[in-house]
Design a protein around this ligand. Sequence first.
Ligand code: Z5A
Length: 212
Amino acid sequence: SNQHGDKRGALIVLEGLDRSGKTSQSSRLVKYLDGLGYPVESWRFPDRETAVGKMISSYLTNQSQLDDHTIHLLFSANRWEKRSLMEAKLKSGTSLIVDRYSYSGVAFSSAKGLDIEWCKAPEVGLLAPDLVVYLDIPPERAAERGGYGGERYEQLEFQKNVSQYYKMLSDASWKIVDASLPMEDVEKQLKEIVLDCIVSCQKGKSVSELWL
Ligand code: Z5A
């Protein structure tokens, strides 16, 4: 039980290419929901603070080399190590705005050539999001934003390939928002979509597991 009358929190995932605006939008969303009095936290994957996260970070910054399968499983393990805390937060009534999740895991590794079903397998049993919002932007437009920082994967051709896999993974439940619009316009759409989701979770929508 919690101070919100046993109402559970919502698991909301933001997906999209590098520079699509996930980080900017998730902090705006958290401020907005917090202002309305909803308990909410901003999360992101990879979570670079954990032991596994440190290995991932070293790989992404080209300080270490790893086989494609190995890094895939580390990204997945990084979600598994947060699973029980995630569940506890949701049950206690806190909503989570999560910047990247399993869809990033599958889209990026598949774009490298790994089998898509193999990529999904370690994600099975993680909590399923109540809502996936895809911040949709042409890879060329994203690349114009502030320039790529030199991390692994920050290359136009690869990002184009990733966007194809995101399309394959998406289903009718995803909310697609045009992320090439001005920040305030994207924000306005997101607020509405996210609030709807939180309200429907409070009405008793149950928590489910991947892969759906
Ligand atoms: N990865 C993986 O392979 N497997 C996995 O399982 C997971 C991830 C979870 C690191 O992720 C890499 O890990 C990532 C996927 C892979 N590689 N790539 N690409 P990350 O989350 O640490 O890094 P990122 O997602 O690439 O982060 P980002 O640079 O933080 O992008 P963003 O959050 O989407 O965008 P932003 O920081 O909010 O905005 C970027 C810039 O655009 C900034 O200057 C903004 O001011 C500007 N911006 C944002 N919105 C707008 C609008 N609407 N108009 C104009 N300008 C804007």
